[in-house]
Design a protein around this ligand. Structure first.
Ligand code: DX5
Ligand code: ZN
Length: 209
């Protein structure tokens, strides 16, 4: 299992130190929120722009914003591994094409109440599908077990049709809930508070892997 550590609940007064302790993460997961698509505001490009200077861990950007297309130009400057937008946001198709035209892997994410069927036009287009196992907006929520059926459904569709997307799961992942994801088809787990609240962060990451 690959692990993307979410820095949403990091101590931003000591961000550099926090990030240095996460170097065995496969990705750093960056939760960008606009206070409109979700009822919370986190950080944007101005706060993140110097991250590549302090870490070599590839970046995984999760845009929880209503109009992602207006932010893409800034985020591509970070040369991230993935930029993921929400299916429920404005102009998802146009935004995915914008991301891909900049040679960056494009992801699409589903809120818990959005069914897998809604992804049909995107299945052969995207590099990653992000299944939310909490309502987006906040770290530290409980894992919604019912969402595991979606992961299995997407894995089955991928095998039957030779789609090449990765499946990533975000929200409430810890050393207990990860057991629901074993053999589900999930390739990458996002985990925030479980890792950041751990005294030994490298060990917490390793435990999930
Ligand atoms: C929620 C975010 C998640 C969150 C995960 O809106 O997308 O990435 O930071 O945090 P935990 O692991 O605490 O649920
Ligand atoms: Zn996220």
């Amino acid at each position: 299992m690959q692990v993307a550590t979410s820095i949403l609940t990091a101590n931003f007064n000591e961000l550099e130190k926090e990030i240095k302790a996460l170097e065995n993460s496969d990705y750093l997961h960056l939760d960008v929120m606009d206070g409109h698509f979700v009822p919370n505001i986190s950080f944007g490009y101005p706060v993140l722009k110097n991250l590549p200077k302090i870490t070599k861990v590839p970046l995984d950007i999760h845009l929880m914003v209503t109009n992602p297309s207006i932010f893409i130009e800034d985020f591509i400057k970070l040369k991230p591994e993935f930029i993921t937008i929400h299916l429920e946001a404005n102009k998802p198709l146009e935004t995915i094409m914008k991301i891909k035209n900049n040679q960056i892997k494009a992801g699409i994410s589903l809120k818990p109440n959005t069914p897998v069927e809604a992804l049909k036009p995107y299945l052969n287009l995207v590099d990653l599908i992000l299944i939310m196992t909490v309502e987006p907006g906040f770290g530290g929520q409980s894992f919604l077990k019912k969402q595991v059926a979606k992961i299995k459904q997407l894995d089955k569709l991928r095998n039957e049709n030779n789609y090449r997307y990765l499946i990533e799961v975000d929200g409430g992942v810890n050393d207990k809930t990860i057991n629901f994801l074993k053999n589900s088809g999930c390739d990458i787990v996002v985990s925030g508070s479980f890792i950041l609240n751990h005294d030994n962060k490298a060990e917490a990451i390793q435990a999930l892997k």
